[in-house]
Ligand binder design. Structure first.
Ligand SMILES: CC(C)(COP(=O)(O)OP(=O)(O)OC[C@H]1O[C@@H](n2cnc3c(N)ncnc32)[C@H](O)[C@@H]1OP(=O)(O)O)[C@@H](O)C(=O)NCCC(=O)NCCS
Length: 192
């Protein structure tokens, strides 16, 4: 899926939904809770913090084994931690959320790219115990905003069919102007 536009034409900058000002009860998902900041995020950094979620934009404090566990918990294949580290070191922008109580990552997304024209978003995950709270949306809003702020307007991602409905409200469209993504992909060799 591509963020609002075609691969050939630069995209207009993303406008995210504005927030309300009333205060819902604590059992309401964080995405529906209030924001008191001027950002157009569905949930502000402050609201996330007050719910015990800390935002990080580097891997300095990220335990890769814990991240791997989240990947596995959502059904991604378990990966070699050294390869994860290399991938993250070659990542242009990433965002993860730590749950203060457990000090573990519970939401993650990252983007690779050329730094000026194009970016691809990868590994968008939320720990199953924390899904449905608005964390996936919160991470995606911030990652996309960071890329757009760099002037990158072509932002693509691969979406499993069951997740298309998650990405569409964030501004992503499938097959823009009929353009189809094509992938050359090989299964990794099994270790003997
Ligand atoms: C997809 C995923 C990242 C969503 O994260 P999440 O924190 O559960 O989602 P949120 O609570 O932020 O949901 C935000 C909005 O998207 C909607 N949504 C979430 N998952 C959805 C799905 N699979 N299909 C359609 N809508 C979805 C929510 O209802 C919510 O709508 P609202 O803003 O109108 O209330 C998470 O479910 C996940 O990690 N799934 C497994 C890994 C995966 O499939 N990653 C994507 C790889 S392509």
């Amino acid at each position: 899926m591509l963020l609002r536009g075609t691969i050939s034409a630069p995209l207009s900058c993303l406008r995210l939904r504005s927030t309300t000002t009333s205060t819902p009860p604590l059992n309401v998902p964080v995405s529906r809770r209030t924001s008191t900041t001027t950002n157009n995020y569905s949930i502000s950094d402050q609201d996330l913090d007050s719910r015990g979620f800390l935002l990080h934009r580097t891997i300095a404090e990220l335990n890769l084994d814990h991240l791997n566990k989240v990947f596995v918990a959502v059904g991604f294949p378990k990966r070699d931690p050294d390869k994860i580290r290399t991938a993250l070191e070659h990542t242009d922008a990433l965002l993860w959320m730590e749950y203060r109580k457990t000090k573990r990552p519970v939401a993650f997304a990252r983007a690779t790219g050329d730094g000026v024209f194009n970016a691809i978003i990868w590994d968008v995950v939320v720990d199953p115990s924390f899904q449905g709270l608005g964390l996936g949306k919160a991470v995606m809003e911030r990652l996309v905003e960071e890329l757009v702020a760099k002037g990158i307007c072509n932002i693509a991602l691969y979406s499993e069919p069951r997740v298309l409905g998650f990405y569409r409200p964030l501004g992503f469209v499938a097959d823009p102007d009929g353009i189809r993504g094509m992938v050359y992909s090989r299964k990794p060799k099994r270790k003997t």
